[in-house]
Design a protein around this ligand. Structure first.
Ligand code: ZN
Length: 461
């Protein structure tokens, strides 16, 4: 035992540590020292804890699983404002008749900040410590994340119709460049990036322009790809080729491109992604709810493609709980392949932690509990009827744990939730703000089947 460590800022003792480095590693009764925001040391055995009575914060993890915070590889945080606004619709109807018009009318700086803050509260309460977001007014998402102590990739969004934050014909390259420069090195919590909505809402010129800026500024480029059959048909009609081939011809496929969904890619297109080392964000609940289809994740993994898990925006999910997403991903691919051995629990936890970090290009900093990495750590309380007995921690995390079982969350060495109490966010005022926004949306008649329902507040009657 090495006791020549300096006094930690935070000392976590006891419980069961899943380091995820390597992915299956389990350390019983660990002692984890955190210093200057990073993981300083990991030791075994409880006697060492006595050497560090001076630690600023002592966290007793008895009865808990201690694991890396989860990585949400694809989401649109501000869409919490539209949670439950329009359900049970196909993607194109949902987007064109409900979401795009509601965004055009209601998305502004204030709504994005409020919606993002609500999403961050929900994510921290459910064990997520890093998100990858793409939307309009993305600077507000960055500001909300910094205020909440949350880690995030914030990608400024581009689409070929007037956007809430870029009305008229703006110079996309200049806007993209300015965004990246403004957010680069602003906070260790924030990584800027760029996102084009999709090949069917962005022209070849827009796609090439935004990717070129991403490439020369060294940030990631994201895009929704082959989400529905309808998209495949549209792209074929317009360009005479398949969506991934279209992106390949535009020189968009490289290791800094993150493609979300990838439901309808065929084997040839998957080979293109693998050859380009493109990363994939898999969003099973969104794909299921919009009836989009089942992404060929087993074929992706067979080709060595890095796959992370995302919730997508919570207007199509309708929550941001990655534990639910993990269970759904595991079961979806078993039923779809007819093979219960497909995607083991351990593999799924990997996708939601170090796998997601790889997708975001952040595996050197987050995703596993290793000395030198950022201290992004969550504690999951296993002393619950639905988590008893405990034979295999990975099994419980995927098949039985819910986000609400996470008790404590640490991001960059800062405790952001302790004993289920958020320390940086006042959830009551955040919820109240979003309810006010929802009332305006409801009164304007944007609610699907409006007239039967309005925005309700159970709290204030
Ligand atoms: Zn999305």
């Amino acid at each position: 035992m090495d006791t020549h460590h300096e006094n930690p800022d935070i000392l976590i003792t006891g419980g069961m540590l899943l380091t995820m480095a390597p992915p299956g590693e389990v350390v019983e009764d660990p002692v984890i020292g955190i210093r200057d925001g990073k993981i300083d040391f990991i030791e075994k055995g409880s006697d060492i804890a006595g050497h560090f009575r001076e630690a600023h914060e002592l966290i007793d993890a008895s009865g808990c699983i201690v694991m890396p915070g989860l990585v949400n590889a694809h989401t649109h945080l501000a869409m919490t404002c539209f949670r439950g606004l329009a359900d049970d619709l196909p993607l194109m109807t949902w987007l064109n008749d409900h979401i795009f018009p509601a965004e055009a009318r209601f998305i502004d700086r204030k709504t994005v900040y409020a919606g993002a803050m609500l999403a961050i509260a929900e994510m921290i309460l459910a064990g997520t410590t890093t998100f990858c977001d793409g939307y309009f007014f993305e600077g507000e998402v960055g500001r909300a994340a910094i205020a909440a102590g949350m880690r995030g990739v914030v990608a400024k969004g581009f689409i070929d119709f007037p956007m809430p934050d870029q009305p008229g014909h703006a110079d996309k390259a200049a806007i993209a460049e300015r965004f990246v420069e403004r957010w680069r090195d602003r906070s260790p919590l924030i990584t800027p990036a760029l996102v084009c909505h999709s090949p069917y809402t962005c022209s070849p010129d827009t796609l090439r322009t935004v990717k070129a800026v991403a490439r020369h500024t060294g940030v990631s480029f994201q895009i929704h790809l082959s989400e529905t059959r309808e998209e495949v048909r549209l792209i074929h009609e317009r360009y005479g080729r398949k969506p991934a081939q279209h992106l390949k011809d535009l020189d968009l496929l490289d290791e800094d491109t993150i493609a979300a969904h990838c439901v309808w890619l065929d084997m040839e297109e998957l080979d293109l992604l693998a050859a380009g080392k493109v990363k994939v964000a898999h969003d099973p609940e969104s794909n299921m709810k919009l009836g989009a289809g089942v992404a060929p994740v087993l074929e992706m993994l067979r080709r060595g493609i890095d796959v992370g898990l995302g919730t997508d925006g919570c207007a199509s999910n309708n929550d941001l709980d990655l534990f639910g997403e993990m269970g759904m991903a595991a079961k979806l691919h078993k039923v779809f392949s007819g093979d219960p051995t497909a995607l083991t629990a351990e593999r799924i936890v990997e996708m939601a932690t170090i796998g997601g970090a790889r997708v975001l290009g952040m595996a050197d900093r987050i995703g596993s509990i290793t000395p030198g990495k950022q201290a992004d750590i969550v504690l999951v309380d296993m002393r619950k009827p639905h988590l008893t007995p405990l034979y295999n921690p990975f099994s419980h995390l995927v098949y039985a744990v819910r986000g609400a079982d996470v008790v404590t969350s640490i991001i960059g060495g800062k405790i952001v939730m302790r004993d289920r109490r958020l320390l940086q966010i006042d959830p009551a005022s955040v919820m109240e703000e979003v309810r006010r926004i929802a009332s305006r949306i409801s009164e304007a008649g944007f609610h699907h089947a409006a007239g039967r329902f309005g925005a309700h507040s159970l709290v204030n009657g």
